[in-house]
Design a protein around this ligand. Structure first.
Ligand code: ATP
Length: 488
């Protein structure tokens, strides 16, 4: 205990003593020493402990019942705005009614006894749980959910690895919020309508005009309240643990097997945001097993095409023929913050062998130790490379890459491009890559679409030799040609 807290407590006891001295009426204000003596008597009394046990068991039962009912309802309220709107008036009525109303109702339903205090506590903390959990679900990062949708993640994993960790901070703040009210509402319930417990004993002491004992119980209840509050707050604190990376599964090496390779055809695609027409009758064909590049100014609709292809955005009209598994190297990484690098990778493919991951890490100039790090411990360039590695680890037929190499330093960028070319040559997935950078196109592009907008148009299509058949002079020539078009 801190020095100032002790000083504060001593001051309270001293002021209390002064008031008791001047009031000089033990029935109204007893002396502190008498109350402390009474507390000592309580500690030696067996029935005090049975009362305490009774009250604590009600707290535990009330707490778990409220969580058990409140969490699923909060979850559904967060997922469905309609359900939330229908349920909200009920919550508002519960929250605005005085505690004595629940006591009156529960006395009618359950009589005086064990269940009434639990019911009262439930009515006090249930709305807090529902509202907090529903808020947690609503605030789940939509971008992570989109990423999970693109990678066809099972509903169970979306729940356990995205939704559930997202509501943990809200669950913690719920514990903080209910920690005081849970204890108090149980004691109030016992005081007015209980048959056993500390609240009941307090009520009997009042009826018997045993002021020493009323004060003794009040102090003890305050101490227990503080302890239970501290305990629940402690429950709400946890630390990020470093996990050991093990080769959990050694399964088939999933390379280049049964690729579903087709040209990707887009015909007459229309898309607008409000009145902003981005795509109007847009046609394009991306060649299978090739590196297709979309090059163009910022904000003209390149990402929109990738988002429509991956199913993140809905098209207004038009035809899209796309088959196969799609991996997406997102512009904004979309790594799950509470999963380490290894877990982020196996999130999209839990059958991948650790040896393959390590091989890719080496290709992308990353150390094995990075696997146990969390996204917030990585640099921007590292995150980009893990984003890329995750897409490849998915064993996709198509990889969409949205400015995949931005924020990677130049020397690493070209090493990674070289490695990526080798992987692509071996695995033959189709690449559709968005970039602003003519250098990336010169080193990586095979079918290059130079775009302009709005609405988006193809200014020029350029087909080059396969990248692994090109030499430095070829790349220089491509760069020259592209720059010539871009600079007019
Ligand atoms: N979900 C959305 N809602 C509203 N407007 C959007 C949405 N997504 C994109 N836009 C708008 O559509 C236009 C094209 O955006 P898009 O991200 O496709 O461009 P881009 O060519 O990929 O740009 P950049 O290279 O800067 O990423 C922009 O004006 C953008 O503001």
């Amino acid at each position: 205990m801190k020095k100032n807290t002790i000083l504060g407590l001593l001051l309270i006891i001293f002021t209390w003593w002064i008031i008791a001295f001047f009031t000089n009426n033990q029935l109204l204000i007893p002396f502190p020493q008498n109350v402390f003596k009474e507390m000592g008597k309580l500690f030696l009394d067996y029935s005090f402990y049975t009362d305490l046990l009774n009250t604590v068991s009600k707290i535990i039962i009330g707490f778990f019942i409220s969580l058990l009912i409140g969490i699923p309802i909060g979850f559904i309220s967060g997922l469905s705005q309609r359900f939330f709107e229908i349920f909200r008036p009920f919550l508002m009525i519960i929250q605005s009614s005085p505690v004595v109303s629940y006591i009156a109702i529960s006395m009618l339903w359950f009589g005086i006894g064990f269940y009434t205090p639990i019911f009262v506590a439930f009515m006090v903390i249930f709305p807090v749980i529902v509202l907090n959990i529903s808020e947690g679900i609503k605030s789940t990062d939509k971008k992570l959910l989109e990423m999970a949708k693109v990678y066809n993640i099972r509903k169970k994993d979306i729940f356990l690895k995205i939704y559930f960790p997202s509501i943990i901070p809200f669950l913690k703040s719920t514990l903080n919020m209910i920690s005081g009210s849970l204890w108090k509402s149980i004691v109030v319930g016992e005081f007015l309508a209980g048959d056993k417990g500390l609240g009941v004993s307090l009520s009997f002491s009042k009826i018997a005009l045993n002021t020493d004992r009323v004060f003794a119980y009040t102090i003890l209840l305050a101490i227990f309240g503080m302890l239970s509050e501290k305990f629940l707050k402690k429950l709400s604190k946890n630390k990020k643990k470093k996990k050991e990376i093990k080769n959990i599964k050694v399964v088939h090496i999933n390379k280049n097997n049964n690729k579903n390779l087709h040209d990707i055809i887009i015909k007459g695609l229309n898309k607008k945001f409000g009145n902003d027409v981005i795509l109007s009758g847009f046609d394009i064909i991306f060649k299978k097993s090739k590196i297709n590049v979309l090059l163009g100014e910022s904000g003209i609709g390149k990402t929109t095409i990738l988002n429509i292809l991956s199913g993140i955005l809905k098209k207004e009209s038009g035809e899209i023929i796309v088959e196969g598994k799609i991996g997406y190297v997102f512009q904004d990484d979309r790594l799950i913050p509470w999963l380490n690098v290894y877990e982020n990778i196996v999130f999209v493919n839990d059958e991948i062998n650790l040896e393959i991951i390590e091989k890719y890490l080496k290709s992308f100039n990353l150390e094995k130790e990075i696997l146990s790090k969390y996204p917030d411990e990585l640099s921007g360039g590292m995150k980009k490379r893990i984003n890329l590695l995750r897409a490849i680890a998915y064993n996709p037929d198509i990889i969409l890459m949205d400015e995949a190499f931005s924020s990677i330093d130049v020397s690493n960028k070209y090493k990674i491009i070289k490695e990526l070319i080798n992987i692509q040559k071996e695995e033959k997935f189709t690449v559709i890559m968005v970039t602003h950078d003519p250098f990336e196109v010169a080193n990586f592009g095979e079918n290059v679409f130079i775009l302009e907008g709005k609405p988006l148009k193809i200014k020029k299509i350029m087909n080059f030799k396969r990248v692994f058949e090109r030499n430095l002079e070829d790349n220089h020539e491509i760069l020259y040609k592209i720059n010539k078009i871009l600079l007019g």
